[in-house]
Design a binder for this molecule. Structure first.
Ligand code: PBG
Length: 329
């Protein structure tokens, strides 16, 4: 074999400036969405036991976090409620109470920090006794009956000023129903981010602790509506369905174990694509770094870059503030 041309791959890795120059993927503060757990009360900053350095905040405390996210340049937050047990019912009525925790939070954030985008989960799991994302009829999560409630929930959020409603419930046809209702009620500019390729994943464990949606009786098995993790073609069909129904943006979730799905989705569709570094992924990195395996910020950065490399436009991460502080330096 001829010695020429003789490529030396290491030439482009020689110094920091050349590595910067040739870097194919950049992570930007503008790519980040910060999920925040809120609960009733005042002066509350309550640790989530299975997620080190993540808290449930009362609204006054949450506002401080939103302020710091905004001043770091984080474009949007995603709100999740931890609801008092007394508000949980079989039919999740609290989810469409116009004065519920989420609606009050949206109004007060919009009032005090109008420049930050607000994304709200549309799903019933914080509000049902079962912890399921929909209502149970004959021990089955009933699709169409659930959609009727999701539509009311999305309308309440839009009315309160939510910018992007994000259905994460995985009922069939919910995007179409929600889009129609929003348009009809005058919320034409409220966007829909569909949690389209949402897998039935145990990586959501710490999140379910945070919002209290772990089922009390039977194991909360969401496999009859969330996706089977053995499938990837199905994710593409699911995303296609949601785009046809009117989704403005779509999500793949969890993130790191599903990079192949993110990659295929980004190559197949032109719609903005989000990845969610879910609670269990974040917790793994935290627990391991707290125990001396590696530096948290380094693995956080590496894992978020992986989402971008795979083709995600934006990323939901509990580490948004930490990574934004790091990127700002
Ligand atoms: C609720 C919802 C879940 C997550 C986001 N929205 C949990 C679930 O479906 O049980 C998970 C997020 C995370 O784990 O960080 N529909």
């Amino acid at each position: 074999m001829s010695p020429y041309p003789l490529p030396r791959m290491r030439r482009n890795r020689k110094s920091p400036w050349i590595r910067e120059l040739v870097a194919e993927t950049k992570l930007d503060i503008n790519d980040l969405v910060l999920p925040i757990f809120i609960k009733e009360g005042k002066n509350i900053k309550e640790p989530v036991a299975s997620m080190p350095s993540v808290y449930r905040y009362s609204l006054d405390e949450a506002l401080k976090i939103v302020k710091s996210a905004y001043s770091l340049g984080i474009p949007a937050i995603a709100l999740f409620p931890s609801i008092d047990k007394k508000f949980k019912t079989e039919d999740a009525e609290e989810s469409y109470n116009r004065d519920n925790l989420i609606c009050r939070a949206i109004k007060s954030i919009k009032d005090k920090i109008p420049g930050i985008g607000i994304i709200c989960d549309v799903a019933l799991d914080p509000y049902t006794i079962s912890g399921h994302d929909g209502i149970l009829i004959d021990n089955y999560v009933a699709n169409d009956e659930t959609i009727n409630i999701l539509v009311k929930q999305a309308l309440c959020q839009a009315e309160s000023g939510c910018d992007i409603v994000a259905p994460s419930d995985m009922m069939d046809g919910r995007i179409f129903a929600i889009r129609g209702a929003l348009d009809q009620e005058g919320f034409k500019n409220t966007a829909i981010l569909s949690y389209s390729a949402k897998y039935a994943s145990k990586f959501y464990g710490p999140f379910r602790d945070a919002v209290g949606s772990r089922s009390s009786n039977s194991e909360c098995d969401k496999k009859n509506y969330q996706m089977d993790y053995r499938n990837s073609k199905e994710a593409i069909r699911q995303i296609e369905h949601d785009i046809k129904q009117g989704a403005d943006m779509v999500m793949v979730k969890p993130g790191m174990p599903y990079l192949d799905v993110i990659k295929t989705a980004s190559e197949t569709f032109s719609v903005p694509l989000f990845a969610y570094q879910v609670s269990g992924e974040y917790a793994m990195l935290k627990w391991a770094s707290d125990n001396g395996c590696f530096s948290f910020i380094d693995v956080l950065c590496e894992s978020l870059i992986a989402f971008k490399r795979a083709g995600a436009n934006g990323i939901f991460t509990y580490g948004a503030i930490e990574i934004a502080q790091f990127l700002q330096k």
